[in-house]
Ligand binder design. Sequence first.
Ligand SMILES: Cc1ncc(COP(=O)(O)O)c(C=O)c1O
Length: 436
Amino acid sequence: MRNPVFNLSPDSFDGLSETNSLPPRGMGKVCVYSTIPDPTCGITLGMEVPSSVESISVILATEYWGIFLLRDRKFFPAIKVISSETLMQSREDTANKVLQDTGAVLIPSFNDGHFISFAIVNFHTQVRIKPFAQQTPVLTSDTLDSIAGRKLYFKCECFQKGGAFKFRGACNAIFSLDDDQATKGVVTHSSGNHAAALSLAAKLRGIPAYIVIPKDAPKCKVANVKRYGGHVIFSEPSMQSREDTANKVLQDTGAVLIPSSNDGRIISGQGTISLEFLEQASEIDTLIVPISGGGMISGVALAAKAINPAIHILAAEPMGANDAFQSKSNGRITKLSEVNTIADGLRAFLGDLTWPIVRDLVDDVIVVDDKEIIQAMKLCYEVLKIAVEPSGAIGLAAVLSDGFLKNPVYSECNHIGIVLSGGNVDLGVLWNSFDK
Ligand SMILES: Cc1ncc(COP(=O)(O)O)c(C=O)c1O
C-alpha cells in the first residue's frame, strides 16, 4: 500500500510549522525515507513536525545524511531507512526508485536554501554515548566578559574523557560498529586527541585500537594513547606517511578505519556538544569552534542550526594553518603545502564531507596568530583556572582578537559560546608560554 503523500514544495516546506501548510490530520502513519550512506551512524534527515501533525510521507535524498529532529523527543514514529552506496549516483538512483515506488515527493536537503527547516540532531548518538561520555560543565567569568565586552560561556571539553571533545565522536563510531566489525578492532592515524579518544572508547568496548601517530606528536598525547591501551605505531610526520602506515595496518589486521574528522559517525558524535551546550545556556546566540578537519564544527553547526536557525557559527583557525579560511574565500577546498602553528590539533585540512557543511553552515572563519593563542591559554589558566591546550584555547583568542572585536558584523553577537575543546597540553608548553 502506498503511503499518503503530502506535497511539500520547497516553498511550502519552510512554512511547515505554520498550520496552513500542514497536511490534514489522519492521513496515516509518518513515514520517512532517507538515503544515507550509513544508517548506523545514527543521523537521519528529518524535520520538526508540530504535534498536531499525524502524518507525513517524505522521501529525503540527502547530500550528506540527515536526522530526525527530536526536540521534544516524542516524535519518533516508524522511520524506514533505505541504504544506498555512498556514491552520490547511487544515492540519487536509490532515491529515484523510492520516488517511483511510493509516489512520494523528493525534497533535496542542503544547498537548496531549506536546510534550516531540516535538522541534524543526534538523538541516537546522544543516547549511544551517554553511558560513557561526560556532560561537561559550562563556566562563565565576569573578568573575561569585561575584557570581551560580551557575555561568554565556556564549554569545558578539556574535562571530557580523554581530555578532549574527541571522545564523543570516537565513542559514537566504536559503539555503532556491529560485533563482527568490532572484533578485529579499529585503526586511525591522528596526531593525538582522536587517537587517545579512540583508544579509550575501544578499551570500553573491549576491542583493539591501532593508532598511527606521527613521530613529532606531543609526548603527553602519545602517553595518553598508551595509557588507554592503544597500540602505537609511529609514522613520519607527513600525511602521506600517516596514510600509508594506516593502510598497512588495515591490511594486516582487518580492523575498521575510523577517521578523525571526515566521517559521519564522528561528526554526529561531535554534534552532541551543541545539544548539551544549548540546553545548558539557551541564551547563546553565537558559537565559536576551533576548526581543523572540520568534524567538530560540522556536527556542532548541524545540530545548533537545527535547534536555533538564527545562531551564528564561527570557526577559529590559526594563521599558520588557515586552510578553512582560504577554502571559504576561494569557494573550494584549499589545502596548504605546509602548516606552522603551536596548535598541534589544528593542522589537518577539511575533507569532502566536512567542507560542504563548513561552506554552507559556518558563517565566518576568524584567523588568529600563535601569540593570541598563547595569550588565551594564559587567560584560561589564570582566570578560569583550567589548563587548556593551544587548539582548545583558540576560540577565546578569536573572541578577543581585533578581527572580531572591531568588526561591526559581530556587534549583534552578545552571548557567545566558546568550545574549549581540549586540555592535553605538555606542561612545558604551558609554562613556556607564560614567558612569551
Ligand atoms: C583540542 C582540539 N580542538 C579542535 C580540534 C579540531 O577538530 P576538527 O578536526 O574536528 O576540526 C582538534 C583536532 O584534533 C583538537 O584536538
